[in-house]
Design a protein around this ligand. Structure first.
Ligand code: ADP
Ligand code: MG
Length: 722
C-alpha cells in the first residue's frame, strides 16, 4: 500500500540524513521512519513571525528576532577569557551581541554595514540588552519573516554530531517537500474528523512543527491529542465490551429480607443522598447479568463502609457469600468489628481472616466458607491464598484499592468460574480523567457528600519557630480530654535517618508532655507489637500517638482532635489529605498542623497552602496532579498507567479525553465487529462528541483495525484485569 510505505520509509532515505545521522537519530531519539520524524514534536516553539524593536524588549522576553546592522566589534579580555562584543542597531536603539567561542570565524563572517537578522534570548546586563551567541542571517527583504519554529529535545550525543533544532527543522521541511508526502494518508476515519471538527492529519503535522500562529498550533495540538487518546479509549473499550458480553455475572435479582430488615430496624443514621445514589448504581449493575466492576470513590469519612456492607447484604439476600478485603490488619479488624455488630441481630455469620489467625480458627473458617455456613469474611491478603475457597462467592469488596496491585485483584477473579462482582473502594480521589484511562473499563461511582454535621479540620502551616505555640495547642486539647497524633515521614531511601528523627520526635514528645501516656508505632515493628500500640490508642489508654504513615489507612478514633504532621513537605498532597482524615471524626473542632522548614520552594509552598485552603479531596487531588504530573500520583504507581502518552496530558486534557472516549463509544456502537466476539450490543451513553449516531464506511473500519493493530498489537490484554 502506498499509505503504509510513505510512513514507514526508513529515515536515511530522506534528503539530508545519511546513514550515520540516521543511526544517531535512531539510537538517541528512537526516530527510525518518516512517521517517527513527523511525530517527533517540538517541546516548545519560538516566534519568528515578526521582527522585534529593541525598544520593545523586556527582562523576561522570549527568544526573538531583530533586524538591523552591526555598528562595531570589539574584543575584550585574553586567553580563555577572550570575548567578542558586537554592537547592533535596529536604526533607533543599540544592543550588544556577545561571543565567547569561535571568535576569529565570527569576526571574519559578520561585517558592519550589512543588514542582518539576529535571533536569540535577550538579557538585560549593565544597562544594555545583549544576546549571547545569537543566530545571525543576512536580512533578505524579499523573504517575509517565517512563522513559528520548533525547539526539539536533543541529547549530548546528538549535539556532538551536529544535530540541532535547526537541523531537525530542515529535515522536516525536506520531508514535507517530498512529493509523496502530498498524499500523506489520514489515520482517523473521515467520519470522525468531521464529527469532531478536527484538523486533517497532514495539516496538523505541518502545523505542529511550523505553526503560523498560536491559534493554529492549538488546533493542531488538539487534533494530535485527540488521535492519541481516541485510539487508547477505543482499545480499552472494545475489550471491556467484549468481556461484558462473554463473561456472565451473577444476577442479584432481589432486595430481600436481610437488606430490608437492616434498613428498617438497624441503620444507625439516615443515609446521605450520595450513599443512596451509589447504592442504586450498584444495584443497577448487579441485576443485569453482567459482572460488576465498579470503582467507588469517596472522600475520607464519606461513609463507604456502610455502602459496602449494604451491598454485601444484597449478596446474601440472593444466596451468595461476600468478602471484604482491607490492606492492613488493623483496618480489617475495625471493619470486622463494625460488621460483627451489624450482623449479629440479623443472624448472619461473619469471620475475620488475617495473617495472625490461629491454625484451629483458620481450619474452621476454611470449612465454613467452603460449605457456605459463613456468609461474610473480612480480611487481609490472607484471603487470597489458594486454600481459601467459597461455596458461592458473589461479591468481593476491596477497600483502599491502591494498596493492592492489579495482579491481586485478578486473583479474586480467578476464585470462581463465574467471577464475583467487584467493588473497589478508594479514598484517594483519583481524578475522573485518570480513572478512566488507568482503569479503562471500571465504572466509577462517587460519594461526593459527607454525612451531615462534620466540621472541617482547621489546617495551618507552621515552622520550627512556632513549636512552642503548637505545643500549647496540643496541651490545651489534652486538657480537654482529646487525643493527639504526631506523624513522621518514613521513606525507603533514607530509612535510617528517618527512623532516627522519628525516635527523637518520640523522646521530645515524651519530654514535653510528661505524665501523658504515648503510643509509638512505625512500619518496622512486629505486627503484634504494632497492633498492641494502636489498640492502646484506640481504647484511649494512651493519649498521644507518635507514628509514621502506618496510621494512614484505617484507624477510627473519633476522640482524636489534633494531628501534627512533621516535615509535611515530604508528603504528597493526597497522602496529607488521607492523614488529615484521621482527625475531625468526632463532634469537636479539630486541627491539623503542617510542620515544615521555612525555606521551601515556591511549588512546595503552593502545595502546602492548598491543604490549608480546602478540605475537598477532589480539588486536592486535581491540584496534586497538576503540580506533580500524573506519573507521580500516589495510588497509581502500583497499577501504573498502562499507556504512556506522548502528546496528551491527563492533568490538562480532560475535555479532549471525554470527547475521544465518546467517539470511541460511538464507533463501537456502529461497528460491533471491532470487538472480537461479534455477538450482542451494549447500550451507549449519548455524549457531547456529536449527538448523531455514527455510520462508518468499510474503508474507515479497515483503517481503524489497522491503526489498532499497529498501536496495540504488542500490548497486554486488558480484559483480564478487573
Ligand atoms: P470512609 O468512607 O472513610 O470509609 P466510614 O465508612 O469509615 O468512611 O465512615 C466514617 C464515619 O461516618 C463512620 O463513623 C460512619 O459510621 C459514619 N457515617 C457513615 N455514613 C453516615 C451517614 N449517612 N450519616 C452519619 N454518619 C455516617
Ligand atoms: Mg474506610
Amino acid at each position: 500500500m502506498v499509505d503504509k510505505e510513505i510512513f514507514d520509509t526508513p529515515l536515511h532515505f530522506l534528503k539530508g540524513v545519511g546513514v550515520a545521522r540516521a543511526k544517531t537519530l535512531a539510537s538517541e531519539l528512537d526516530i527510525h521512519t518518516f512517521r517517527d520524524l513527523l511525530y517527533n514534536f517540538p517541546f516548545r516553539h519560538i516566534d519568528r513571525s515578526r521582527f522585534y524593536r529593541i525598544s520593545e524588549l523586556t527582562q523576561d522576553a522570549p527568544m526573538l528576532q531583530i533586524a538591523g546592522r552591526f555598528v562595531g566589534f570589539c574584543e575584550e579580555g585574553e586567553g580563555a577569557k577572550l570575548r567578542l562584543t558586537g554592537t547592533f542597531s535596529d536604526g533607533q536603539q543599540m544592543m550588544q551581541c556577545v561571543w565567547f567561542r569561535n571568535i576569529k570565524t565570527i569576526r571574519e563572517m559578520y561585517r558592519t554595514g550589512t543588514d542582518y537578522v539576529i535571533f536569540g534570548k535577550p538579557v538585560y546586563y549593565y544597562g544594555y540588552y545583549s544576546m549571547a551567541h545569537p543566530e545571525v542571517e543576512v536580512y533578505d527583504p524579499q523573504k517575509p519573516p517565517s512563522g513559528w519554529r520548533g525547539v526539539y529535545n536533543l541529547t549530548e550525543a546528538l549535539r556532538k554530531r551536529g544535530v540541532t533544532s535547526r537541523l531537525i527543522q530542515t529535515l522536516v521541511t525536506n520531508l514535507f517537500e517530498n512529493r509523496r508526502l502530498a498524499e500523506l494518508p489520514e489515520v482517523l476515519p473521515p467520519e470522525i474528523i468531521s464529527a469532531g471538527h478536527l484538523m486533517p492529519l497532514r495539516e496538523a503535522l505541518y502545523a505542529m512543527h511550523f505553526p503560523k500562529d498560536a491559534a493554529q498550533l492549538q488546533r493542531a495540538t488538539e487534533r494530535m491529542k485527540f488521535e492519541e487518546l481516541f485510539y487508547i479509549e477505543l482499545h480499552i473499550l472494545r475489550y471491556a465490551r467484549q468481556r461484558n458480553i462473554s463473561v456472565q455475572g451473577h444476577i442479584f435479582a432481589t432486595i430481600g429480607k436481610y437488606f430490608n430488615s437492616f434498613y428498617a430496624n438497624q441503620l444507625p443514621f439516615e443515609l446521605t443522598g450520595a450513599q443512596k445514589r451509589v447504592l442504586r448504581e450498584i444495584r443497577g449493575d448487579m441485576r443485569t447479568g453482567r459482572q460488576m466492576n465498579r470503582l467507588l470513590q469517596g472522600d475520607v469519612g464519606s461513609g463507604k463502609t456502610m455502602v459496602a456492607f449494604m451491598t454485601m447484604l444484597m449478596a446474601v439476600d440472593n444466596g451468595f457469600q461476600a468478602v471484604l478485603m482491607a490492606p492492613t490488619e488493623i483496618l480489617a479488624t475495625q471493619h470486622y468489628d463494625s460488621l460483627q455488630e451489624w450482623c449479629a441481630p440479623l443472624g448472619l455469620e461473619v469471620r475475620l481472616l488475617t495473617g495472625s489467625t490461629g491454625v484451629a480458627a483458620r481450619r474452621e473458617i476454611d470449612e465454613g466458607l467452603r460449605n457456605g455456613t459463613i456468609n461474610f469474611v473480612v480480611g487481609t491478603h490472607a484471603l487470597l491464598e489458594d486454600r481459601v475457597t467459597f461455596a458461592r462467592l458473589g461479591l468481593a469488596v476491596i477497600d483502599e484499592q491502591h494498596r493492592f496491585g492489579v495482579a491481586q485483584r485478578a486473583r479474586i477473579w480467578a476464585k470462581n468460574v463465574t467471577p464475583p462482582h467487584v467493588l473497589v473502594m478508594t479514598a484517594t480521589p483519583i481524578p475522573r480523567t485518570l480513572a478512566m484511562t488507568v482503569y479503562g473499563d471500571l465504572e466509577v461511582s462517587v460519594i461526593d457528600e459527607l454525612p451531615p454535621g462534620r466540621k472541617p479540620v482547621e489546617t495551618m502551616l507552621r515552622y520550627a519557630d512556632n513549636r512552642m505555640s503548637v505545643n500549647r495547642l496540643v496541651a490545651q486539647q489534652l486538657r480537654e480530654g482529646r487525643q493527639i497524633y504526631f506523624v513522621y515521614p518514613l521513606i525507603k531511601e533514607n530509612e535510617k535517618l528517618d527512623l532516627q528523627s522519628l525516635e527523637e520526635g518520640y523522646r521530645a514528645v515524651c519530654d514535653t508532655f510528661r505524665n501523658i501516656p504515648v503510643s509509638f508505632v512505625h512500619g518496622q515493628m512486629k505486627p503484634d507489637e504494632k497492633e498492641y500500640q494502636m489498640q492502646l490508642f484506640v481504647t484511649g489508654k494512651t493519649r498521644i500517638m507518635v507514628a509514621t504513615t502506618v496510621i494512614e489507612v484505617g484507624v477510627n478514633v473519633p476522640n482524636a482532635s489534633v494531628m501534627i504532621i512533621e516535615n509535611a513537605e515530604r508528603f504528597g498532597l493526597s497522602q496529607l489529605h488521607q492523614l488529615r482524615g484521621r482527625v475531625g471524626r468526632g463532634a469537636d473542632k479539630s486541627y491539623c498542623v503542617l510542620m515544615s522548614k521555612a525555606n521551601m520552594s515556591a511549588t512546595t509552598r503552593k502545595r502546602l497552602t492548598i491543604m490549608t485552603e480546602t478540605t475537598d479531596g477532589f480539588l486536592i487531588s486535581e491540584a496534586d496532579m497538576k503540580l506533580r504530573g500524573p506519573g507521580d500520583m500516589e495510588g497509581t504507581q502500583q497499577s501504573g498507567l498502562a499507556f504512556s502518552l506522548k502528546v496528551a496530558d491527563l492533568a490538562r486534557d480532560g475535555q479532549i479525553l471525554t470527547r475521544a472516549r465518546e467517539a470511541a463509544r460511538q464507533v463501537l456502537d456502529a461497528v460491533p465487529q471491532l470487538y472480537q466476539d461479534k455477538e450482542g450490543t451494549v447500550p451507549s451513553n449519548a455524549g457531547e462528541f456529536s449527538n448523531k449516531p455514527m455510520t462508518l464506511a468499510p474503508d474507515s473500519i479497515e483503517l481503524l483495525n489497522r491503526e489498532l493493530d499497529r498501536r496495540f498489537a504488542h500490548k497486554i490484554d486488558w480484559s483480564q484485569i478487573s
